[in-house]
Design a binder for this molecule. Structure first.
Ligand code: ADP
Ligand code: MG
Length: 214
């Protein structure tokens, strides 16, 4: 379907608005997860950040997807405290740089965006898969996106594959001991709990797929 073969600024705006909606809807669940293995602020942090993002978007006219994501990045970095604000901010900043000046994102550009975003989180937080962090959602998502793109999937298929993998990745954090972030202070007590940042990352990936159409 040609209407889904590329995604432009309108999609970028819809995605970010859907991120704000789903983060708001899941705020107490994210707080609960972070209360179990952290300090309980993850849902509040992200909700505050995406609420600020909506206000900034309403007051600006971004021309390209990269402009949208850069505004998201700077707003998250300046309004979200804790570990997740700078990490998600870096993801959107590095992702934005990878698609600078591109008006319409095809499957290839989406993979470049996601991979650069993930690399930014790794460069900043130094987490690897298995450390029980958001990287356990991001890395499988990027790999699934790339493999879907290589087998000829369009933009929507790439984002759907990423969302499925991110959800599986978030679930995969449950049996793990954390090696990064606050949860790493808990040792074995973190086992049996899902990482909040991996869960919120999965929500953002699902929002991307859903707003990309069917
Ligand atoms: P804080 O831990 O400062 O309270 P949040 O609660 O907002 O911040 O975010 C916690 C989430 O941040 C964790 O669930 C984890 O996914 C992520 N995180 C923490 N440290 C790292 C890191 N070094 N690399 C990647 N993600 C991390
Ligand atoms: Mg926290």
């Amino acid at each position: 379907m040609t209407e889904n073969s590329t995604l432009g600024t309108d999609w970028a705006l819809s995605w970010i608005r859907e991120c704000a909606r789903t983060v708001g809807e899941n705020r107490s669940e994210l707080v609960r997860l972070d209360r179990e293995i952290g300090d309980g602020d993850h849902g509040e942090n992200l909700d505050r950040g995406f609420t600020a993002v909506l206000q900034k978007l309403d007051a600006s006219e971004p021309a390209t997807p990269a402009d949208v994501f850069k505004l998201v990045a700077t707003t998250l970095i300046s309004t979200v405290g804790g570990a997740a604000g700078p990490l998600f901010g870096t993801a959107f900043l590095k992702g934005s740089a990878a698609i600078s000046g591109v008006d319409e994102l095809d499957a290839d550009a989406l993979v470049a965006f996601l991979a650069a975003a993930r690399d930014g989180v790794v460069a900043r937080g130094k987490a690897e898969v298995g450390d029980k962090t958001m990287i356990d959602a991001w890395t499988p998502a990027v790999e699934a996106a790339r493999s879907e793109q290589e087998s000829g999937g369009d933009a929507h298929a790439v984002l759907s594959a990423a969302a499925d993998a991110a959800e599986e990745g978030a679930a995969s954090t449950e049996p793990l001991v954390a090696r990064k972030g606050r949860a790493s202070y808990l040792g074995e007590r973190a086992v049996g709990h899902r990482d909040p940042g991996a869960q919120s990352s999965a929500l953002l990936f699902r929002a991307a797929a859903e707003t990309a159409g069917s």
